[in-house]
Design a protein around this ligand. Structure first.
Ligand code: AP5
Ligand code: ZN
Length: 217
């Protein structure tokens, strides 16, 4: 099974993708995570992408589709993919069809996380992660049990994404509205789109998605 999680920044794509990965043995393919790893490694792609990401704009279609292709090549044929943050433009949607077709795969579901954009700015600006193990926290909703110490690994180091400030978040939202939301009709015409309320509790959102995936499979 191959699915796309679609929604604006902070909609919960990454949160839900990592849950599906654990629950279903599928693999999360997050272009945002892949690009951040490239930036950290200072690879040629990372060097090019850094300024674009810090500004909240979109990295070129050719770069992201190439890295998705490489990752698909490393997946076992029967392992499903969860696309998180890809595709984000009509050109990427076309590229994904080709990448999947070439590998004998097909797209089964597009899950759209419906959210209230104003609430998302607070969600994003407040989030931080453990620098050691990547566990996610939030200034308002999920602080570590002991102040300054990661619940999972005991590390004292935390980090925030450079693009998680209010101004850049607004640019990311505008990019979503202008370039990503318009790809929904492509998938609607193929009857692949299922809408989920992304404003509910994290567990409820997961349950709703799981119900959709179980309905047809
Ligand atoms: P990317 O990393 O994809 O960021 P994004 O789309 O802006 O999404 P986020 O990671 O911010 O949010 P999310 O929907 O995953 O939400 P999350 O689960 O973290 O992209 C970053 C940049 O990389 C882009 O701006 C672009 O430059 C570049 N890029 C990436 N892909 C690209 C592509 N295909 N083409 C071109 N450029 C690309 O949740 C957010 C917070 O909310 C967390 O704190 C979480 O705990 C909390 N939360 C989640 N769900 C709930 C809930 N139901 N209730 C309460 N809190 C919740
Ligand atoms: Zn940790």
């Amino acid at each position: 099974m191959n699915i796309i999680l679609l929604g604006p920044p902070g909609a919960g794509k990454g949160t839900q993708a990592s849950r599906l990965e654990k629950d279903r043995g599928m693999v999360q393919l997050s272009t945002g995570d892949m690009l951040r790893a490239a930036v950290k490694d200072q690879s040629p792609v990372g060097v090019k992408a850094k300024a674009v990401m810090d500004a909240g704009e979109l990295v070129s279609d050719a770069i992201v589709s190439a890295i998705i292709g490489e990752r698909l090549d490393r997946l076992e044929a029967n392992t499903g993919a969860i696309f998180d943050g890809y595709p984000r433009t009509a050109a990427q949607a076309e590229a994904l069809d080709i990448l999947l077709g070439e590998r004998g795969r097909k797209l089964d579901y597009v899950i759209e996380l419906k959210v209230d954009e104003d609430a998302l700015v607070e969600r994003i600006v407040g989030r931080f992660t453990c620098a050691e193990c990547g566990a996610g926290y939030h200034d308002k909703y999920k602080l570590p049990r002991q102040a300054g110490v990661c619940d999972k690994c005991g590390s004292h180091e935390f980090k925030r994404r450079p693009d998680d400030n209010a101004e850049t978040v607004r640019t990311r939202m505008a990019e979503y509205r202008a370039k990503t939301a318009p790809i929904l009709p492509i998938y609607e015409a193929r009857r692949l789109v299922h809408r989920v309320d992304g404003m509910g509790q994290i567990d409820d959102v997961t349950r709703e998605i799981e119900a959709i995936l179980d309905r047809k499979s």
